[in-house]
Ligand binder design. Structure first.
Ligand SMILES: Nc1ncnc2c1ncn2[C@@H]1O[C@H](COP(=O)(O)OP(=O)(O)OP(=O)(O)O)[C@@H](O)[C@H]1O
Length: 238
């Protein structure tokens, strides 16, 4: 390796093999995946449907494990953590943002953002302060007592991002975060992710089908036959 990704709390994927048994058939998605994402990067991941983009996010975020190979995040060998260590690691280092927001419908915006904080040692007052700080950050403080059903798609995704940011993770994994939004709302969300990357230094890996979304990222990787190929044109433009 030319750079010390361990020092930089970057992501390092080495020789990863991953497949699923679908019916009686074993399907290999990644034969020998190698990928390095330095701290502070903002990567857009593109590729055809079924090519393994969500699988990549699940592997990086420790939702799924490789059949072979290593996944490191800084000093941590994510692929070999025990289940309990993995969920502690995930709970403090990783924020997930989903296409359909995955908000709890019976909880207000503030309560949704507070959820991950219930697993921390913060007391009620500290949690409330943290929730308000983050809802301010995403421009949604005036909607804090609203239910998801009372919010637009763009607003729901702001709550989704606020919830992902609640524990101040270093890494944001976004699975088609604008897939359910119109162009204007999508661009607002992408602009917000760009600010979180540039100003707060969050490392972001974003799966997207939207060519326009790549313009907000620092680089674009396209999945091609189980390998991610860098899109040099888009990198030059970033
Ligand atoms: N838990 C699982 N069990 C069995 N097969 C799975 C599982 N998760 C994913 N797959 C299969 O792995 C392949 C890659 O899926 P994945 O969701 O990573 O693709 P994707 O590129 O994110 O697709 P899309 O763009 O449609 O969301 C698909 O063929 C899918 O059916």
């Amino acid at each position: 390796m030319s750079r010390d990704f361990t020092e930089e709390t970057g992501i390092s994927i080495q020789g990863v093999r991953k497949g699923y048994k679908i019916g009686s058939q074993q399907v290999t998605i990644f034969h020998d995946l190698n990928l390095e994402i330095p701290k502070g990067d903002f990567v857009a991941v593109m590729g055809p449907s079924g090519s393994g983009k969500s699988t990549l996010l699940n592997l990086i975020g420790g939702i799924d494990r490789p059949d072979q190979g290593e996944i490191r995040f800084g000093y941590t060998r994510v692929d070999s953590l025990s289940e309990s260590a993995l969920s502690r690691w995930r709970g403090s280092k990783v924020g997930f943002v989903f296409q359909f927001y995955n908000l709890m419908p019976m909880l207000t915006a503030a309560q949704n953002v507070e959820l991950p904080l219930l697993l921390t040692g913060l007391n009620k007052r500290q949690r409330r302060e943290r929730v308000e700080t983050i809802l301010n950050l995403v421009g949604l403080i005036e909607r804090k007592d609203h239910l998801p059903s009372e919010l637009s798609g763009g607003q729901m995704q702001r709550v989704g991002i606020a919830r992902a940011l609640a524990v101040d993770p270093v890494l944001l994994l976004c699975d088609e975060p604008t897939g359910d939004l119109d162009r204007k709302s999508a661009d607002e969300i992408l602009g917000m992710l760009q600010v979180l990357n540039k100003e707060l230094g969050k490392t972001i890996v974003m799966v997207t089908h939207d060519d326009n979304a790549c313009g907000f990222a620092k680089r674009t990787l396209r999945l091609n036959k189980g390998q991610f190929v860098e899109d040099a044109t888009l990198r030059a433009a970033a």
